[in-house]
Design a protein around this ligand. Structure first.
Ligand code: SF4
Length: 329
C-alpha cells in the first residue's frame, strides 16, 4: 500500500510508524509474525518514517529495509564482546556535547534523536541526555576549538543533526564560520534517505553561503533506499557544489553480498553520491545477529574490486574504541 506523503519533513517525523502491528498491516504481513518480536521495543523503540516503509516490498518478512528497523527477539540474547558502549564514547567526551577523537576534527552531538531507529545502531544505548549540545554550551565549544588550532573541521552528528531546524543548523554554521581555523563543516545524517524532503533548498543555499566547505555524509545500506524522490531533492545540493558521500554498515541478511553492494554503489552514483565507507558492525549489545565475519567481508570486497571502478568501492573499515582514526581492514 502506497502511503501518501504530502507533508513537510517535521510532520513526517511526527507521523513515523512506531507500532509493529501497524507496520505489519502496511506491509500485508501477518500480525503474528510481528508480535513474536515486538517485545524488543522495550530495548530500543521502533520508529520508521512512512517514506521508508513505502520502499519496502509488501508481503516480504525478509525485506532488507524491514530487517533494519524491525525489533527482533534476538536482541535479548547476550553475546560476549557486544556491549552498550562499543566505542567507549562516554569516556571520550572532551566537553559536554563534543567528542574530540580525531586530531583535526571535533564531533558535536548536535541533536540526540533520529527520524528512524536502526536496530544495529552503535549509539542505541548512548546517554544523549548527558551529552546533548545546548545553546549555553556553545561558548565552551568555541573556546575549546580556539585552544586547539589543529582542529579545522567540525562534524555535526547525533542522533541525527538534521533533526534540528534549518534555522538552528544555519545559526551553528555561521558561528563556526567565524572561527578562522575552521575550513569544513561535515554533516552526518540518515534523515535524507528516510525522508528526502529534509533536503530543503533553503538549508543548502544558506550552508553554502557561510563560505565553509560543506560535506554531507549520508547513510544508506541497500539500493532500495535510493529513491527517485531522494535523487530529485539532492540534485540542488550537488549543483551547489556540496560534497555528497555515503557510509554503509555491512549487515547480515541486508547487504552481505557483493551484488547488493555493487547495486548500491551504482544507485548512489546515479544520485551524485560517492560511496565512502563500508563499516564492519560496531559490537553493540542487541545487534549481534547483524554481524558479518571478516572473512566474508574480505571476499565481498575482493568481488567488488573486480566488478566496480575503484571510485565506487567503499573503504572497508572498523571503528575501534580509543583509536584516533578508523581502522582499515
Ligand atoms: S539514523 Fe544513525 S544514529 Fe540514528 S538510529 Fe540510525 S544508525 Fe543510529
Amino acid at each position: 500500500m502506497e502511503i501518501q506523503l504530502q507533508e513537510n519533513w517535521q510532520r513526517q517525523i511526527a507521523k513515523a510508524v512506531t507500532s509493529p502491528t501497524e507496520l505489519a498491516e502496511l506491509l500485508s504481513l501477518p500480525p503474528s509474525w510481528m508480535k513474536q518480536h515486538s517485545a524488543a521495543r522495550e530495548l530500543f523503540p521502533m520508529r520508521v518514517p512512512r517514506h521508508f516503509v513505502n520502499l519496502m516490498e509488501p508481503g516480504n518478512p525478509q525485506d532488507p529495509l524491514l530487517l533494519q528497523v524491525m525489533p527482533h527477539a534476538q536482541e535479548f540474547i547476550d553475546v560476549a564482546g557486544f556491549t552498550t558502549d562499543p566505542l567507549v564514547e562516554s569516556e571520550a567526551t572532551s566537553a559536554a556535547g563534543m567528542l574530540h577523537k580525531y586530531n583535526s576534527r571535533v564531533l558535536l552531538i548536535f541533536r540526540g534523536g533520529c527520524a528512524i531507529n536502526c536496530r544495529y545502531c552503535f549509539r542505541r544505548h548512548f546517554p544523549y541526555q548527558d551529552h546533548h549540545l545546548s545553546q549555553e554550551k556553545w561558548g565552551a565549544i568555541e573556546h575549546y576549538i580556539t585552544q586547539h588550532p589543529e582542529v579545522n573541521e567540525v562534524i555535526l552528528s547525533g542522533g541525527d543533526p538534521l533533526m534540528a531546524s534549518d534555522a538552528q543548523i544555519i545559526k551553528a554554521a555561521k558561528r563556526l564560520a567565524k572561527l578562522p581555523q575552521i575550513k569544513r563543516l561535515r554533516i552526518h545524517s540518515r534523515l535524507p534517505i528516510v525522508i528526502p524532503d529534509r533536503l530543503t533548498p533553503e538549508l543548502a543555499k544558506q550552508l553554502k553561503a557561510t563560505g565553509l566547505q560543506i560535506v554531507l555524509v549520508l547513510h544508506a545500506n541497500h539500493p532500495q533506499e535510493i529513491s527517485a524522490l531522494l535523487k530529485r531533492k539532492i540534485s540542488l545540493w550537488h549543483q551547489l557544489g556540496i560534497t555528497l558521500l555515503n557510509q554503509s554498515v555491512l549487515l547480515a541478511g541486508v547487504n552481505d553480498n557483493a551484488d547488493t553492494l555493487a547495486d548500491l554503489s551504482e544507485a548512489l552514483f546515479s544520485a551524485s553520491i560517492l560511496p565512502y565507507y563500508l563499516h564492519q558492525l560496531d559490537k553493540v549489545a542487541g545487534a549481534a545477529h547483524f554481524e558479518v565475519s571478516d572473512e566474508t567481508a574480505f571476499a565481498i570486497r575482493a568481488q567488488l574490486l573486480k566488478t566496480l571502478p575503484g571510485f565506487l568501492v567503499p573503504k572497508l573499515v572498523r571503528e575501534v574504541g580509543g583509536e584516533a582514526s578508523k581502522t582499515p581492514l
